[in-house]
Design a protein around this ligand. Structure first.
Ligand code: UDP
Length: 408
């Protein structure tokens, strides 16, 4: 077995790797392409960065293509994202036109590759029209929706579904997100890579370096939320929770660590709101990190006592998985994929309000044993359910099913 596969076997178990090898064997040498709209920032890029090399290691000829566009395209897809998550926003015709034209332009470039590919996964709404623009495709095409689309704004879903309906299958992170579609829909939650810079074990000195780098007092408790500056991540709610806790525990420190994704145009505005809400409190640290700050985020997660992910909507929430993998107690918004990961009171805590979050923070800080126990449970829960070996096994199984269907 290669060095890389052995390393996965060490963390996830030999059985997990053997299953992958079995499923990959009939796909050896076949072409597999993932398409999304950003190479950095956000959960999809995070997953693909490590999944693509793992697939190649298993002998599947895998590549990752990224579609690009101008401002109007990203404005459109951001609105679409928000509308799929339930915002009642209608999208202006000129933005939809930019969406269609951008896909048309990208298809000109990608068509020769995509039409020859055996297995294609199109991630999220941004590149969804590509299938309709590759009429001579010969492979199996699957649409992967990473968004909490349980209650989409109907006009926007109706528009998007005209592109999605022709895929061979689609898959979602949660059963709740399934939609009315004429093909089979699968449930495959995402995952983290335990060997990535974001999640690998770190030396104590690497962990400690963040105290100095970000001017944190290591003798006082630290709570952290890592997220793009996005309203659905509720950074303002996190600051409110911190302010409640601060009244009775003035020693508490808060770190909000985020950066932008190239396909997210709203970040700057949200960051402004966050800075305003934080005021001049020296114990609130608002960090703007570059997209490759994986080790820094890893170290911040390990250096913190409690991790928050107080999202109001969350497709899955890789930041939750990452923190749980580091044995940290996570307090998460009671929504979407966070509910799949946090078994309330066992692998973390689910909260609905900043006050609720504050109560949990206070309780945990007063009970170090509880913090440790929850953290331990969280790590094992991730090992069993949310590592990329499980994730890839389910993706390969899905394409095996599609292959078998077309043989019968
Ligand atoms: N992330 C990062 N830098 C940041 C903010 C987030 O590297 O400044 C990473 C984070 O560690 C996680 C991913 O981006 O791996 C975010 O995925 P998640 O599912 O939590 O949210 P999304 O951004 O996809 O909505």
């Amino acid at each position: 077995m290669s060095e890389l596969l052995s390393a996965y076997a060490k963390v996830a178990g030999q059985d997990a790797v053997s299953k992958l090898q079995q499923l990959a064997a009939p796909m050896k040498g076949k072409k597999f392409v993932h398409v999304n709209s950003t190479r950095v920032g956000g959960g999809v890029a995070e997953i693909l960065m490590k999944m693509v090399p793992l697939m190649n290691e298993l002998g599947i000829d895998t590549s990752w293509e990224v579609i690009t566009g101008e401002d109007k395209f990203y404005q459109c897809t951001k609105s679409m994202h928000n509308a799929l998550q339930g915002d009642q926003v209608d999208i202006a015709d000129d933005l939809l036109k930019a969406y269609e034209e951008t896909n048309f332009k990208n298809a000109e470039e990608l068509r020769p590759i995509l039409e020859e590919t055996d297995y294609v996964i199109i991630h999220d709404p941004q590149p969804a029209p590509l299938l309709s623009l590759c009429p001579n495709r010969r492979g199996k095409w699957v649409w992967r929706c990473h968004i909490d689309a349980s209650k989409p704004h109907p006009p926007v879903w109706n528009y998007l579904s005209q592109y999605v309906k022709d895929y061979d299958a689609s898959y979602f992170s949660l059963a709740d997100y399934a939609q009315q579609l004429p093909h089979t829909q699968y449930l495959i939650p995402p995952s983290i890579d335990p060997l990535s810079e974001k999640n690998m074990d770190l030396d104590q000195s690497e962990i400690e370096s963040v105290y100095e780098e970000f001017d944190l007092d290591r003798s006082r408790p630290i709570m952290l939320q890592v997220s793009r500056y996005d309203r659905f991540k509720d950074p303002i709610g996190v600051i409110e929770a911190y302010k409640f806790v601060k009244e009775s525990m003035p020693e508490i420190q808060l770190v909000l660590a985020g950066g932008g994704a190239t396909d997210d145009p709203e970040g700057e505005e949200v960051l402004r709101e966050v800075r305003e809400s934080a005021g001049d409190d020296p114990d609130i640290h608002i960090l703007l990190l570059p997209p490759d700050a994986h080790v820094t985020i890893n170290a911040l997660q390990r250096a913190s006592d409690i991790i928050l992910q107080k999202s109001l909507k969350e497709g899955f929430g890789l930041t939750v998985t990452e923190a749980m993998w580091k044995g940290k107690p996570v307090i998460g918004g009671n929504t979407g994929g966070i509910r799949l990961q946090i078994v309330n009171h066992h692998t973390g805590f689910l909260v609905d309000t900043p006050e609720g979050a504050a109560l949990r923070i206070q309780d945990l800080l007063q009970n170090p044993d509880k913090m440790e126990e929850i953290g331990k449970n969280a790590k094992e829960y991730v090992r069993e359910n949310f590592l990329n070996t499980r994730h890839l096994r389910e993706i390969l199984s899905l394409f095996t099913i599609l292959d078998n269907q077309s043989k019968t």
